[in-house]
Design a protein around this ligand. Structure first.
Ligand SMILES: Nc1ncnc2c1ncn2[C@@H]1O[C@H](COP(=O)(O)OP(=O)(O)OP(=O)(O)O)[C@@H](O)[C@H]1O
Ligand SMILES: O=C(O)[C@H](O)[C@@H](O)[C@H](O)[C@H](O)CO
Length: 178
């Protein structure tokens, strides 16, 4: 008997833009950069589009409100709408209403890669990074605010309790199945 070794075909590329979402410390920037590189799309760091007042509040351990987040989501939406190519964005997108706002901005479709993990894993990752404005004390309100996107259109969930390479591979496979 001969066993044929067929090469695995690459995952199809999701044609629209991609938001890598989740609470602080879930790996949005790390995973988002890797997906952007794999797809050849520009990467947008959502945190860089926060108004300075939002960064000040979070640095002081004050959770953002809806009113704080709408102008920020509008800035991200504008980048999605104006970008000539599809892009990958790191953005917490914690609530369904925020995601709906972003979906309205992206004309070629929008997928969400949801990075989820336990509070223990998230707190560990936040504690071990240095020079970041977000204090670990805000993790609980981040988790309380989060609305799970499972079941929404074009949403892929990936467990973060695995090496970065595995998370990226699962995200790309999930996007390829959409
Ligand atoms: N799979 C992983 N295994 C171990 N460490 C990881 C993994 N993914 C990310 N990290 C590390 O965890 C920390 C948080 O990751 P990252 O900054 O990408 O998250 P984030 O969601 O973008 O955070 P924030 O929104 O708060 O800026 C970083 O120090 C990063 O290097
Ligand atoms: O919606 C929010 O509360 C914010 O976007 C936060 O999630 C941070 O920007 C980010 O995660 C940085 O730590």
């Amino acid at each position: 008997m001969t066993i044929e070794h067929k090469p695995t075909p690459p995952d199809p590329r999701f044609p629209g833009s991609i938001v890598v979402m989740g609470v602080s410390g879930s790996g949005k920037s790390s995973v988002g950069e890797a997906i952007a590189e794999a797809y050849g799309y520009p990467f947008i760091e959502g945190d860089a589009l926060h108004p300075p007042e939002n960064i000040r509040k979070m640095s002081e351990g004050i959770p953002l409100t809806d009113d704080d987040r709408w102008p920020w989501l509008a800035a991200i939406g504008q980048r999605l709408a104006e970008s000539p190519s599809s892009v990958v964005v790191a953005c917490s997108a914690l609530k369904r209403s925020y995601r709906q706002k972003l979906r309205e901005s992206a004309s070629k479709g929008l997928a969400f890669v949801f990075l989820h993990g336990s509070e223990a894993v998230l707190a560990e990752r936040m504690r071990h990074r240095s020079g970041h404005f977000m204090p670990t004390s805000l993790l609980q309100t981040q988790l309380a605010t989060l609305e799970d996107p499972t079941g929404e259109e074009n949403a892929v969930a990936v467990d973060i309790a695995q090496p970065l390479e595995t998370i990226v591979r699962e995200a790309l496979a999930g996007l390829g199945r959409l």
